[in-house]
Design a protein around this ligand. Structure first.
Ligand code: FES
Ligand code: FE2
Length: 368
């Protein structure tokens, strides 16, 4: 009879007190057990800043954007006085999503499609047809449930923790690095979405391995960046990997030189958002769970205005090559994690520093 560990035993089976050279990685169960995902949804995804929309989708007065992220149905509105607000997109009548997709709230009203209860962009219930005569029914007590919202970079972030420290205050060093590279000059071009058969943390881990896999899995990327000088710096709830452009392999093609420019910055913000900055392009990756062994990844591509269409096409194609290679890795790792033959691995102490950082933050978060 196999011995089944309790959830608490699984949670305790990662020792976060050890330094990187003595530590073991997260145990396989953390990536395969649905109880972990349930706990992560409550403690991680509901209580961290999630970059759910682009500010460019919310420029107009009364515009709104909706979505569902890790079981959080959300709506962000831009009020008539320019205020951004966010709410659970859940009608107070029967729990239907009030609105779907994105658009403009006519007359500033979000009208639930089910029985036409009307909320304004401040989340207040303004009218509820056929509810006259209901006892103790107070419109003021039936507002949409608020979420915290913050604009940072090109994104509107939401957070289920209304007292969360503002993101811009948390990301001080990153703000500085991006200011130095004039982040505002990168303009939105397009998005790409992927569904990957792996736990969301596998995707993160792969991103955070300090470039360890780059020479083996991404030959074309490897030729462009200087792996000898690749480094990872950890800050409180984010880390920055960076690498200068590769000068050693002789002449890079014009596109490659342009693309890498002054070197690349790979910034990761706990728990699931990354920003990759190159010479004249920037892309963001946002990974969210769809199940314990399935995740969704949204890429957004940004380019400086001087980029030609041909350059942009090549650059996105280059990113796709890397992404397809990474998907293959991540899906294969998930097979190994589920096999029962793998318990936990060890960190390469000079390289897998960002991954160790992520695991430490996650363990602290799940054990709070
Ligand atoms: S569920 Fe929204 S009006 Fe009935
Ligand atoms: Fe990769």
């Amino acid at each position: 009879m196999p011995k089944f560990e309790s959830f608490q035993e699984k949670l305790n089976s990662f020792d976060s007190s050890l330094p990187i050279d003595s530590a073991w990685m997260l145990p396989a169960s953390w990536y395969t057990d649905s109880d972990f995902l349930a706990l992560e949804k409550e403690l991680v995804f509901k209580k961290s800043w999630q970059p759910v929309a682009r500010l460019s989708q919310l420029e107009e007065e009364n515009s709104y954007v909706t979505g569902v992220t890790a079981d959080i149905p959300w709506v962000i509105t831009r009020g008539p006085e320019g205020e951004l607000r966010a709410f659970y997109n859940i009608c107070r009548h029967k729990g239907r999503e009030v609105v779907r997709g994105c658009g403009k709230a006519e007359r500033g009203e979000l009208v639930c499609g089910y029985h036409a209860w009307k909320f304004n962009t401040e989340g207040k219930l303004k009218s509820a047809p056929k509810m006259g005569g209901v006892k103790n029914f107070n419109l003021d007590e039936m507002s949409l449930v608020p979420l915290a919202v913050e604009a940072w970079g090109n994104w509107a972030f939401i957070n289920g923790d209304l007292n969360a420290e503002p993101l811009s205050r948390q990301l001080k060093e990153l703000n500085k690095r991006f200011d130095e590279r004039s982040i505002e000059k990168y303009k939105f071009h397009s998005t790409k979405e992927w569904i990957i058969n792996c736990n969301w943390k596998v995707f993160n881990d792969n991103y955070l391995d300090g470039g360890y896999h780059i020479p083996f899995m991404h030959p074309s990327l490897d030729a462009q960046i200087d792996m000898e000088n690749y480094k990872t710096e950890c800050f409180e709830n984010y880390n920055i990997q960076s690498s200068p452009a590769n000068q050693k392999n002789g002449e890079l093609s014009y596109d490659h030189k342009e693309r890498i420019g002054d070197g690349s910055i790979y910034a990761w913000v706990y728990p699931n958002f990354t920003l990759n900055l190159y010479g004249n392009c920037l892309d963001s990756n946002y990974v969210t769970p769809l199940g314990e062994d399935k995740c969704h990844v949204r890429y957004e591509f940004y380019f400086t205005e001087d980029c030609s269409e041909e350059f942009i096409e090549n650059s996105i194609a280059q990113s796709d090559v890397t992404q397809v290679e990474d998907i293959e890795i991540c899906e294969s790792v998930q097979v190994g994690l589920k096999s029962g033959a793998y318990t936990a691995g060890r960190y390469a102490p000079q390289l897998e520093v960002g991954e160790y950082h992520f695991h430490q933050l996650l363990a602290k978060n799940l054990r709070q």
